[in-house]
Structures are given as C-alpha cells and as structure tokens.
Design a protein around this ligand. Structure first.
Ligand code: AMP
Ligand code: GLY
Length: 418
C-alpha cells in the first residue's frame, strides 16, 4: 500500500483480513496502519524508492492510494519493473491531474458537465469573465491538494481568483493554466466505480461533508466525515450516472488510447437537467473509503486484484446491508494552520465502544500516539441505519481524549433528514 491517510488505513485493514494476503507493507503509513501492516519509511512520492523496495522484497501487488503518485506515473513505473499495481497509468490519471483535459474529453464525447473555457494567460481569462458575468467558477488546471477551485459570487472575485492562481501562483505550476466554468446549482453527490478493461462496477454509494463546521458552513476541507449509503442516489440515478457519465468516459478513454484502470470517483451535481460532472478523481475518496470498507463483505484484496488483472466481470461485490458513518477528528485550526505533536489518549476505550478508529495523521513516539496532520482520526461505526451508526460513532468520539482536536457533531444529517 502506498499512502498514509485514513483511506489507506481503511484499505489496509480490509486487505489484512484477506486469506490471499501473506504480508502487507505500507509506505509510509502511520501509527494506526502500523497495527495491521509493516510500515516502511518511504515517501509516497519517492517513486524510485517504492519501485526499489518492491523489487527487493518481491512484492506481488502494489495498491496506490493517493492521486499525486498516480499522476506522477507510479503505476507505469511499477509495471515497467514487472510489478502488478492497482490504479490508473499517468496518462489515465490526467482525468484528475488536468481539469482542462477532462473538460475537453467531455466536450468531444458529449458527457454532461458545466460549460467552460481554458486559459493560459490572465487577460483573456478576465475578458471572458466580463462577457460571462458571475456567479462563475475559476479552477487551477493541475493538482492543488483539493484547494484549486474558487467559487466566485461576482466579477471582482473572479478577477481576484485569476490573479491569485495565475499571477501570484498560489498553487505553483498547477495554475499555469486555468479552467473557467459555469456555476452549476443542484445537490452534490459522489459516485464510485471500479473499472478494468472489460467492465465498470459501481460501488456502494457514499457521501462526504466538505465544509469544516456544523451545518455545512465554513471553509472547504478534504472531508470532515462521510457516510454510506447516500440515500439521494437511488437505482434510477445510479443507472443514469453509469449510462450518461461513467460508461461514456471509460469508452472515450479507451478510444483515445489511454484506457482507464482502477477506481474512478466522480463528483457530480444533480441539476434540473440531470447529473453533470463536476470533476473526476482517480482514487478512493478520503474519508468516503472508510465507511465503504466498513460495509464491504467481499475480499477486498481479491477485488482490487481482479480490477488490476482484468477479471472484474467474474466477481460479485458483496456488502453489508448496514449503514456506516465516519466522523473525522481534526487538529484545532484545520483546514488553516494547525499544531502537530499533541498526545491522543483513549483510543482503546473508543474501540471498546465497538467502533473502528482509522488513523489519518498520527505517528507513534515512545509508545504514545501523537497527532501528526490536519485530519488525524476517522472514527467509523457500522449499524442498521445511518442514524444508529451516527450515534455509535459519536460514542467512540466521546471516548477519545484529545483536547487539541475537534470534529463536527452533525455528520450524516442530510441522509438522516432524507
Ligand atoms: P472540485 O475540487 O472540482 O470538486 O471543486 C470543489 C467544490 O467546488 C465542489 O465540490 C463543488 O462544491 C464546487 N464546484 C466545483 N465546480 C463547480 C461548478 N461548476 N459549479 C458549482 N460548484 C462547483
Ligand atoms: N473527500 C473528498 C476527496 O477524497 O476528494
């Protein structure tokens, strides 16, 4: 496993249960992952180091969690070295790595998404704003750790966004090019499918809460919690998303010589005209992966292997009927500046309440668990309903003694209201 977040802990936890798994290593991992895998101190972006380690240790199969090493070509590098890997090639990972390339692909293949234009210099971009008006959305083309999207209520905000990304280079090279998009309204949903050469299989639905504070207000984060299933996505909507968005995208990628393999995560807006693509990610969602893994009944390793080897059509994905919900505990200050280094106590007490505590940003020091990131823990519960899972997850949260952390108290409210 490559990565060090809650997503990778949930995947390692699921994989470690597989009878196919003789040994599991994680680069670089964290204190929680270390309880189910052997952590090796190699950065997820040290592609040479990862390939070398995999060769030296006769690793059969590598699963790449985060987008950055995928976009940088880790899967291509591993496969060139004769090592099987889960995740898209660098070229296919551009679905997340270049918003402009994805928009052009959608345009060529009639995949519904917001109207847009691409720019590589600010003056023409501002001229476009003058013509289009606001609200409007300005996006850095490349990877910006989830921060490269600016929703602009008026034209002045849009001009400022263009300057921020292109002139002040707030996101570095990721902002050399920008995409300007029509502002879509509707309910946002996430959709996940496993994709190999022959087929695409939707996974159970899951939804995160991106805003930092209760009531879905405050700054955008990587996700303060998530739940599965997401009741807004019924069977009819699943079919519409597969038919209009996922399947045409996969066909388009194959036709254009960059076949997709791995998990495809679509961010969608359910508009009055039906589902439209907001963006693609080329990995599992984090924290969405945590409730999804809590619900998975099938052998996780077998599924990922089937996807990488191209026999996904031969397997049946089985899930627990129960719901699952994850509450993220983050360091005070996140998503802005935050402190690391505080001690977290009470993790055993939380586990005794019957929850899974996935670690997102922790390390071990002298036998103590120390906060080492913005999002630090994902307290995950499975129960008959989302409401029951929510109650259990917060029981786990309340057993944890970490004064320097905070969490939202309303994760799952949209699904419970539904
Ligand atoms: P992204 O990183 O592309 O998912 O964008 C971050 C967030 O910005 C999304 O989750 C949406 O809430 C919002 N967003 C992105 N593009 C649009 C759009 N064209 N219209 C409305 N909201 C958008
Ligand atoms: N939770 C949002 C993401 O994984 O991108």
């Amino acid at each position: 496993m490559v990565g060090s977040g809650g997503r990778e802990h949930a995947l390692c936890w699921a994989i470690a249960k597989s009878p196919r798994c003789d040994a599991l290593y994680c680069a670089p991992g964290n204190a929680g992952i270390d309880q189910v895998a052997n952590c090796v101190n190699i950065d997820a972006m040290d592609l040479d180091g990862i390939v070398r380690f995999a060769k030296q240790n006769s690793i059969d199969f590598v699963i790449v969690g985060p987008e950055a090493p995928l976009v940088a070509g880790l899967v291509d590098r591993l496969e060139a070295a004769g090592i099987k890997a889960f995740g898209p090639s660098a070229e296919a990972a551009r679905l997340e790595g270049s918003k402009g390339m994805t928009k052009d692909l959608c345009a060529r293949h009639d995949i519904p998404t917001a109207d847009y234009a691409r720019f590589d210099e600010p003056d023409a971009a501002k001229e476009y704003i003058r013509i289009q008006g606001a609200p409007i959305v300005v996006k850095a083309d490349g990877l910006a750790a989830g921060k490269g999207v600016i929703l602009c209520r008026n034209e002045n905000e849009a001009y400022a966004a263009i300057d921020y990304i292109m002139t002040e280079t707030a996101f570095g090279e990721a902002g050399d090019e920008i995409v300007i998009e029509e502002f879509m309204t509707g309910e946002e949903v996430s959709f996940f499918a496993l994709v190999d050469d022959k087929c695409a299989k939707p996974l159970v639905t899951a939804q995160d809460h991106k805003a930092a504070f209760d009531g879905d207000v405050g700054p955008n984060t990587g996700g303060m919690g998530a739940y599965s299933p997401a009741p807004i996505i019924d069977d009819a909507l699943t079919q519409a998303i597969m038919d209009r968005i996922i399947t045409p995208t996969i066909c388009a990628m194959s036709e254009e010589g960059m076949p997709y393999n791995g998990v495809l995560y679509a961010g969608l807006m359910i508009t009055d005209d039906g589902p439209k693509l907001v963006e693609y990610n080329v990995r599992f969602g984090d924290p969405e992966c945590q409730p999804m893994m809590a619900r998975l009944k099938s052998d996780a390793l077998e599924i990922l292997l089937a996807c990488a080897e191209g026999w996904l059509d031969e397997i049946e994905l089985e899930w627990h009927k129960d719901a699952a919900l994850t509450v993220v505990l983050a360091a005070e200050g996140y998503p802005g500046a935050y402190m690391t280094g505080s001690e977290i106590r009470g993790l055993e007490a939380a586990t005794e309440e019957g929850v899974l505590v996935f670690h997102a940003g922790t390390k071990e020091s002298d036998g103590k668990i120390i906060a080492n990131g913005g999002r630090v823990l994902g307290v995950t519960a499975r129960a008959k309903t989302i409401k029951a899972a929510q109650k259990l997850a917060y029981k786990g949260v309340d057993a944890i003694d970490w004064p320097q952390g905070f969490c939202r108290r309303d994760i799952g409210w949209r699904a419970i209201k539904y």
